[in-house]
Write a protein that binds this ligand. Sequence first.
Ligand SMILES: [Zn+2]
Length: 84
Amino acid sequence: MKAGETVQQTGLYRVSHAGHRPTHEAILWEGEFFPTCRTCGNGAGFEFLRSIPQADEFEHVGYDGDFLDSVLAAWDHDSSRLSA
Ligand SMILES: [Zn+2]
């Protein structure tokens, strides 16, 4: 999956970047968009690994500095739509 597509399944994803950092893992929720990376933009790729484990050992992708801006922008968009 690529940035901008809709998340089809809540779970743990492997996140890859266009060369500027190693792959890492993050949680994404069904119905939100895969965020763009502040460094490689749409070069970020997402691969579903498994459902969210019971242990809270992984964080939502929005806590990752590379994706924070993109995730927050999507949330702002949602809230403005709801209040319109
Ligand atoms: Zn990146």
